[in-house]
Write a protein that binds this ligand. Structure first.
Ligand SMILES: [Zn+2]
Ligand SMILES: [Zn+2]
Ligand SMILES: [Zn+2]
Length: 261
């Protein structure tokens, strides 16, 4: 499985409109602080799974050279995670979608003009897509009722995506999330406490608690130092970053990208 970080920003993205902080200036100059809103792409030999439809989806799919998404899964019903769905309108015939009931109600009412094939996800119930076993695990992201993360297994490789969540993840979810090769964790701010997100310290604590082999922080706000400084201290993901899960390390994956496309 190839994991591609299509968007690593928080809801405002970076640069944030109207902000002149150091990270936003770096983003405006085209540095790695430039972060689109949240989406993650999973490629297998059998197909492409998109986790969340960022409002920046069109640019993201063009940049990643994705002609067609095999399936869309949503972590939760916040605009920065679903707002880009209509970018698939008139591009794909009938989009295969997976989300909780809360997600389904929102998407079907908001985008009623779009032909969708929606499957409702139940917490802890595994589905299989393109050779991946995917299990939604409830997390804690108030005031939403059904936010979830995903445990994704291919052969013996485990990937965990927390989605937006505070550190207060239910125990039953933590048990399923344990010992991933790669943990992709919400860490909106380096240190400040937010009641519905983790900060970097908490996300690293979670990685330690789960025994993650590697962690990447995402959903990053402009409140980090510019990326090249922040990366010395925190394992930040960046837009366009690819990780081949077999090797669990970032590498030049051009040859793999070519073989997948
Ligand atoms: Zn978010
Ligand atoms: Zn800023
Ligand atoms: Zn959210």
């Amino acid at each position: 499985m190839l994991v591609e970080m299509l968007g690593t920003g928080d809801a405002a993205g970076c640069p944030k409109i109207g902000c002149g902080c150091a990270a936003c200036r770096d983003a405006l100059r085209g540095g790695r602080s430039r972060r689109a809103r949240f989406s993650v792409l999973l490629r297998t030999g059998e197909g492409v799974v998109l986790i969340d439809t960022s409002p920046d989806l069109r640019e993201q799919l063009l940049r990643a050279r994705i002609p067609k998404v095999g399936a869309v899964l949503w972590t939760h019903a916040h605009y920065d995670h679903y707002g880009g769905l209509p970018e698939l309108f008139r591009v794909q015939r009938r989009v295969r979608c997976y989300g909780t009931r809360e997600m389904r109600d929102l998407v079907e009412s908001t985008f009623s003009f779009m032909p969708l094939r929606f499957t409702t996800l139940e917490p802890f119930e595994e589905i299989e897509l393109f050779g991946l076993r995917i299990t939604p695990v409830p997390v804690h992201h108030p005031p939403l009722r059904e936010p979830c993360g995903f445990v994704v297994i291919e052969n013996d490789q485990k990937l965990v995506i927390t989605g937006d969540t505070s550190i207060h993840i239910p125990q039953e979810s933590l048990e399923l999330m344990a010992e991933p090769k790669l943990l992709i964790a919400d860490a909106i701010h380096p240190t400040l406490n937010f009641h519905k997100h983790m900060n970097a310290t908490e996300a690293l604590e979670l990685a330690g608690m789960l025994g993650a082999e590697r962690v990447l922080l995402t959903h990053l706000s402009h409140l980090y130092p510019p990326h090249e400084h922040a990366i010395k201290r925190y394992p930040l993901a960046h837009d366009g970053m690819c990780v081949a899960l077999e090797a669990t390390r970032e590498e030049s994956v051009q040859s793999q990208l070519d073989s997948y496309s």
